[in-house]
Ligand binder design. Sequence first.
Ligand code: ATR
Length: 279
Amino acid sequence: MAENPRAFVCGHPIAHSLSPEIHGYWLRQHGLAGTYEAVDVTPENFTSFLRGFHESGLSGGNITIPHKVMAFLTCDELDTAARQIGAVNTVWFENGKLLGSNTDAYGFLAHLGEQVPDWKSSAPAIVLGAGGAARAIVFALKQLGVPKIHIVNRTGSRAIDLAAEFGEPAEGHGWAEIQELFENCGLLVNTTSLGMKGQPPLDVPVGRLPKDAVVYDIVYMPLETKLLEASSDHGLRTVDGLGMLLHQAVPGFQKWFGKRPEVDDDIRDHVLGILKGRS
Ligand code: ATR
């Protein structure tokens, strides 16, 4: 490891990324030498940035919108998560090779296990949405051995294609099937953009979910979405998206700076304060 490791997050645009705040907080908390910087790279320049960041003294970094799929296509080697999700969010060089990982599924499961360790993983799970975020969640739930993963999407054909790609136990559905599927569900996960600041709320019949179901919204801006609010009103347990964002940062931090950080109330409060300032 370099004496003063320099890590980065690369995206376009990048100004609103919370990663520099998260990694910066942990660097200060542990009194570690090192930096974590935001790098704005356009799609035209991304491949050469990725191939060359090591030469400019950077140890590794996170990749965010819109570069995650290009990073997947460019890396020399990928871990299983990145390969199956089809996107890379963490990169580093090892023996001259560019390696790529995807820590979103890890972040999702770490937060779920921490918040609701007794959630019913023996019941079917429902994933709303069939985009890039859904891929990480379906991968995570499949790894865990959840017996049925219903992918439900406005454009039903996208859900069916995604389910076919992942194979058993994933199954694709159109939105019209929600009512029926909700009656037998241990975990509902929103991966659509609905509920995010500036988007309409996600309005689904959470009252039809079993009383012991858990509702997880990966949206963190706002932290308490209308979906989570309605679910709490029905007495359901809820999980917000901030923990996933924090946990997905852990493996990269450990790799670049040599210390495994804790996702505790301090870092959560720090990031919440920043989110509040922005809303
Ligand atoms: P990401 O990579 O962040 O998941 P994406 O690939 O654009 O982003 O996917 C966004 C998801 O939100 C999709 O599942 C999309 O549904 P469609 O495939 O039908 O477009 C879903 N979504 C976006 N707006 C929606 C809306 N108004 N109603 C229902 N689903 C919506």
